[in-house]
Design a protein around this ligand. Structure first.
Ligand code: SAM
Length: 346
């Protein structure tokens, strides 16, 4: 019986590239290294649930990430929960920076963080080999920011973290802002100015139905078109920039005077699933082939049961082939995934 299972595994050569059944090449891996978070952003966590899923050891993440890299992944983004809470994150970045892609290049290593611990960690992360960092920030004034994060003093702490990241050379620095009508859509103009003044790329992200509570509705989403129109009218006309690669998720814009850049990621109003190049690994070692997957694939369980690298690579290869064609947000019968964003890894 065991022999039959093994012979069913397709041969994976060292140069097999991860592709799915829709012809998309997968080269981007997002890894959640904890689902704990020190913020309780109103649109993300209810604050009632803490960590829900176990974490792997740093060596286990490394081994699994190495398998994906051996199958053509060129970009690894560490996320969470809050990845900078994870003990060993600097060491993990250091070890990852020693890996090479199938084409012999260094990996592109990025982190998405709320920035709360960045003041002290920006320098060590850069020295460890981190390529880039994205800081999440949903307001540009103290009181709105604190109302969203539900942590006193958080705005100044994150601002300090952003400046520390820039001083450490983690540039170009990206800031992600999720816009919710009635919560922070009054921040759009402020963010446009912030992008220019702080020399950061601000990326507005449409809110997706991935929260722990029940907040999402089509009306709460601030769509791309509205963001562009508001900045055009109230700050300065925007000029769209060409995409740098086909899998780019953000529509990029500069201002009419050429100073500053903003991006808009519109998974709801202008879905980009056809160009998706991502898969995710959760903090407990499950593969998710889409943010909205209804199934998870237990890679870590196989590793713990003693599977060797070849068998695990074949499992990853087969799993990725099953990647969903697209999400179904807003369609009748849409089902939220069983895990929310903070537990999947944003
Ligand atoms: N703690 C880190 C942080 O704050 O960046 C990493 C994890 S967080 C879940 C990653 C990103 O997902 C953040 O930029 C957050 O704003 C975004 N996010 C959370 N829930 C979201 C949702 N329902 N729709 C769109 N983006 C969301």
């Amino acid at each position: 019986m065991a022999a039959a299972t093994v012979s069913a595994i397709p041969a994976v050569t060292p140069h097999s590239r991860l592709t799915d059944s829709h012809g998309r090449i997968i080269h981007d891996l997002r890894v959640s290294i904890t689902d704990r978070c020190n913020y309780k952003c109103v649109y993300c966590r209810t604050g009632e649930l803490g960590a829900q899923y176990p974490e792997l050891t740093i060596d286990e993440y490394l081994r699994l990430i190495g398998l994906f890299v051996g199958l053509g992944v060129t970009k690894v983004r560490l996320t969470g929960g809050e990845p900078l809470l994870r003990h060993g994150v600097v060491q993990l970045v250091k070890e990852l920076s020693g890996l090479r892609t199938l084409w012999g290049q260094p990996l592109d290593i990025a982190v998405t963080t709320n920035g709360h611990l960045l003041d002290s960690l920006a320098g060590p992360l850069k020295a460890a080999g981190l390529s880039r960092i994205t800081v999440s920030m949903d307001a540009v004034d103290d009181s709105t920011f604190e109302r969203i994060t539900r942590i006193e003093g958080s705005f100044q702490t994150v601002l300090g973290g952003i400046r520390a990241a820039r001083a450490a050379g983690l540039t170009p620095l990206k800031i992600n802002c999720v816009l919710l009508r009635g919560f922070n859509d009054d921040q759009i103009e402020g963010f446009a100015r912030f992008a220019r003044e702080e020399d950061v790329v601000v990326r507005f992200i449409e809110f997706m139905p991935l929260e722990e509570g029940r907040l999402w509705s089509p009306e709460i989403v601030v769509p791309l078109k509205e963001i562009v129109e508001r900045i055009n009218r109230r700050v300065m006309p925007l000029v769209e920039l060409p995409a740098r690669e086909s899998s780019e998720t953000a529509r990029r814009y500069t201002f009419a005077d050429g100073v500053g850049e903003i991006g808009i990621i519109a998974p709801v109003s202008q879905a980009f699933c056809g160009a998706c190049s991502r898969v995710r690994l959760t903090s407990d070692g499950k593969i998710r082939t889409c943010l909205f997957s209804q199934v998870e694939h237990d890679l870590y369980g196989r590793m713990r049961a003693g599977a060797g690298d070849e068998e695990l690579s074949a499992y990853i290869f087969r799993t990725v082939q099953q990647k969903e064609a697209r999400h179904h947000i807003g369609e009748p019968g849409f089902l939220k995934p069983t895990r929310s964003m903070v537990h999947i890894g944003g």
